[in-house]
Write a protein that binds this ligand. Structure first.
Ligand code: HEM
Length: 437
């Protein structure tokens, strides 16, 4: 007889204690297609695999409006954000993001600003005996995205914004001081950006010191929702932060890229060479291998079945992103860091290209119609350009705690990845420019 849900113990504390390992461990313990559990007192059903991705993102299966817990809204996403919308209202709001973020010219512009910010800041690292790469990468990204988005910030303000938006990401999943810092950071930045939006609306776009007409600030300020109304300044601020915050969060992947180059230095030379296909493969393997978003969730809109398994109406449906990216049924030796698994040269030699909805670090399905991340192309392009710069940089890695604890969400190397002896001149090819000590 199938166990009724009320007998399944609540797993919230296990999730907090086990972090990324929580769902994969439960999938390992069952021979069924789903994991049944409870979170925050609600029944929850976890799925994974490409078919599960298509089901999860399929029209009318799960909705987000009631699914996101208040602590996540008050830190990571913001109340009233695109993440909380469903159906037509979601599509209209999502179009705003797709127009800004999925446009090749826009992506090139952002990459150029980030590259310039790196080149500016790298000089100051040469003056310092010890640089925490995570902190510096977040400053680079904050300066780049603010300039691109048309946010009028001086460098000190951009550094402050970098600290606040990384705090929002760092504290969303943990009770205690990290969480309170995240709430305070969101309150502060929403109030400040809402003021900018009101100012931008008061001035005509492109004139009188208003934001450039094609900037993200101008686009958000003039956006009209499904009801035909402009966003109130607070919601406009939430959506601008929905561009700034995740762009700065690429610092997590930049830090992981440094970790990967340190652990597997054999990739450094090919990455430094500017081989674009390899840089893409390296970025995809960083996004697959290292833990960032553990899972995504929504509420079942009605009672449904998936592969014969009943999903009760209103239950939380979780898609196990981290578990899927490490599922041995989908990936050969999933715990081996191997950019070659995404290398087109390998496909040309008879390997198989990764099928859609298999690699899911930023969600799956169609980003226009569903909630898949609209910033995935930006993430890959920005990560590529910074990983190549990192591979060309000369530095040493002093002794430090490089452990990446799976219990912590989001995680990163404990030290933040400290480097010293930085020398920004491009290293001559083939000289083994990187020294690890
Ligand atoms: C740092 C790397 C990133 C990771 C790991 C990441 C991950 C994700 C994930 C897992 C989702 C949720 C998908 C779902 O709910 O089904 C998401 C949504 C989203 N991401 Fe990203 N993302 C990243 C970068 C970006 C960037 C660079 C941007 C914008 C410039 C961005 C903007 C968004 C927005 C606006 C949503 C909400 C989409 C919606 O609800 O329709 N993300 N991201």
């Amino acid at each position: 007889m199938r166990r009724p849900h009320r007998l399944i113990p609540d797993n919230t504390l296990f999730l907090l204690a086990e972090g990324y390992a929580w769902l994969p461990a439960r999938f390992r313990r069952t021979d069924r297609q789903v994991v049944r559990t409870r979170l925050l007192g609600k029944p929850a059903v976890a799925l994974r695999g490409p078919d599960a991705v298509r089901f999860f993102y399929g029209e009318g299966h799960v909705q987000r409006r009631t699914a996101l817990p208040e602590p996540v809204l008050s830190t990571l996403f913001g109340h009233g954000s695109v993440q909380t919308l469903d159906g037509h209202a979601h599509r209209v709001r999502k179009e705003l993001f797709m127009t800004l973020l999925d446009d090749p010219e826009g992506i090139d512009g952002l990459v150029a600003h980030v590259r310039a910010a790196w080149d500016e800041l790298v000089r100051s690292w040469e003056q310092s005996s010890r640089v925490v790469l995570f902190d510096e990468a977040s400053r680079v990204l904050a300066r780049g995205v603010c300039r691109w988005a048309g946010l009028p910030l001086n460098d000190a303000d951009a550094d402050h914004l970098a600290r606040d938006v990384t705090a929002m990401v760092d504290g969303f999943a943990t009770p205690g001081p990290r969480h309170w810092r995240a709430r305070a950071a969101r309150r502060r930045q929403e109030a400040w950006v809402a003021g900018l939006v009101s100012e931008a609306r008061a001035r005509s776009s492109g004139q009188d010191g208003g934001p450039p007409a094609r900037s993200a600030v101008a686009a958000v300020a003039r956006h009209r929702d499904a009801d035909g109304r402009p966003l109130d300044p607070r919601t406009a601020a939430v959506e601008l932060l929905n561009i700034v915050r995740p762009t700065v969060a690429i610092a997590w992947f930049v830090t992981f890229a440094a970790h990967a180059l340190h652990r597997w230095p054999e990739h450094r030379e090919r990455l430094a060479s500017g081989d674009d296909a390899f840089a893409t493969a390296f970025a995809d393997e960083v996004r697959r291998f290292y833990p960032f978003a553990p899972f995504v969730g929504g509420a079942a809109v009605r009672s449904m079945r998936w592969r014969g398994e009943r999903i009760p109406g209103g239950a939380l449906v979780l898609l196990d992103l981290f578990g899927q990216n490490h599922d041995p049924g989908l990936w050969d030796e999933p715990y081996r860091f191997d950019p070659g698994r995404f290398d087109p040269a390998r496909f040309a030699a008879g390997g198989t290209e990764t099928a859609p909805d298999v690699l899911v670090p930023q969600g799956g399905g169609d980003p226009r119609t569903g909630h898949r991340c609209p910033g995935e192309r930006i993430t890959v392009e920005v990560l590529k350009v910074l990983a190549v710069r990192l591979a060309r940089l000369r530095y040493h890695v002093p002794p430090q705690d490089l452990d990446v604890p799976l219990r912590r969400v989001p995680t990163r190397p404990r030290s933040g990845f400290v480097i010293g002896g930085v020398h920004a001149a491009p290293a001559p090819r083939g000289t083994g420019a990187h020294r690890a000590s």
